[in-house]
Design a binder for this molecule. Structure first.
Ligand SMILES: NC(=O)c1ccc[n+]([C@@H]2O[C@H](COP(=O)([O-])OP(=O)(O)OC[C@H]3O[C@@H](n4cnc5c(N)ncnc54)[C@H](OP(=O)(O)O)[C@@H]3O)[C@@H](O)[C@H]2O)c1
Length: 296
């Protein structure tokens, strides 16, 4: 199996470059050799490589910046994704693409199901939804995996920010009225590698149906709950932190350019049933992540 991976320098992309290796030949490209703003080059790359599978982990992920950089967000999250889908269709490749709970407005009082009606609150969410819609309209074989609150030992994310802030400050105020499932990039990559052979087998015997699946760690918490756990786990690793107190604050006390959904929970029941996956809790994955960060 020839797998063409875009976004190999990102949190999820870096982990995919490792986890996909046992499945075949992996051609892992990053911004330097595959800039998604160069649509024609993206086309040529796919035509030249003729992959069996395209995995797109590249995205414009600067949620607040997207409010003032709408064109860039749409170019990378929608137009380039449209090109991937068109070219996947032409070369007969499967397209695996990652999306987000930010396609929803967060007003549902239960975990979102794949078929719930999207209604993004911000430009990033709109651009990711447009990417999903382009894939769905393309006629290519696809699997869209929606995830949430991604963290990894590598890259910029909430876990790394809290570790830095807790080392510097005695007191922190963290938003407590947004809930979701913190999800490890490593778990996303491992789950992708687990489901890909099943998808390819279904394609080979012509029973495959393109679909959207939610893919997150299990359990739920708020950003405040996550921050408390990060500090607790860091202390268990004997890491010295200045932090004495984390205060729960409302979203209104931490204004950001982009609105965020209050409920980011996604039901993973469909993914578990379809692919026979057991989903680790966010605490389990976070423990591995901190062990990786501190090398213990
Ligand atoms: N992060 C989250 O909390 C979160 C939540 C829900 C869904 N998702 C989705 O999950 C997927 C993976 O996200 P992630 O957390 O791994 O994001 P990430 O760490 O920000 O990685 C995104 C990657 O995309 C690359 N990229 C951006 N613009 C590019 C361009 N013009 N050409 C080529 N590459 C470009 C970046 O390259 P550089 O390294 O060069 O900047 C980066 O390596 C994305 O589809 C994202 O929308 C993420």
């Amino acid at each position: 199996m020839k797998i063409l991976l875009f976004g190999a320098n990102g949190q999820v992309g870096f982990e995919l470059a490792r986890s996909l290796l046992p499945l075949g030949e992996v051609i892992a490209l990053n911004r330097e050799n595959a800039d998604l703003t160069d649509l024609e080059k993206c086309r040529t790359t796919i035509q030249t490589i003729q992959p069996d599978v395209i995995v797109n982990a590249a995205a414009y992920t600067a949620v607040d910046k997207a409010e003032t950089e709408r064109d860039s967000a749409f170019l990378i999250n929608a137009k380039a994704v449209d090109v991937f889908a068109q070219e996947a269709k032409k070369v007969g490749a499967l397209l695996i693409h990652y999306s987000t709970d930010y396609v929803f407005d967060g007003t549902k009082d239960a975990p979102y199901l794949e078929g719930d009606l999207p209604n993004p609150l911000n430009v990033y969410g709109e651009s990711k939804l447009a990417g999903e819609q382009a894939i769905q309209a393309s006629g290519a074989d696809y699997v869209i995996l929606r995830t949430t609150w991604v963290f990894a030992a590598r890259g910029q994310n909430f876990v790394k920010s809290i570790l830095r802030l807790a080392a510097e400050r005695e007191e922190l105020g963290i938003v407590a009225d947004q809930i979701g499932a913190p999800t490890s990039a490593r778990f996303i990559a491992d789950a992708t590698a687990h489901i890909l052979p099943q998808i390819q087998q279904a394609r080979n015997v012509k029973i495959f149906k393109s679909d959207i699946f939610n893919l997150t760690n299990s359990g739920e918490t708020s950003w405040f709950g996550l921050a408390e756990k990060i500090v607790e786990l860091a202390r268990l690793q004997n890491i010295e932190l200045k932090n004495r107190l984390i205060n729960p604050i409302p979203t209104s006390a931490y204004p950001t350019p982009a609105k965020r959904p209050a409920n980011s929970r996604l039901s993973t029941a469909k993914l578990q049933q379809r692919f026979g996956l057991t989903i680790p809790t966010w605490e389990q994955s976070l423990t591995f992540c901190l062990e990786e960060i501190y090398g213990k």
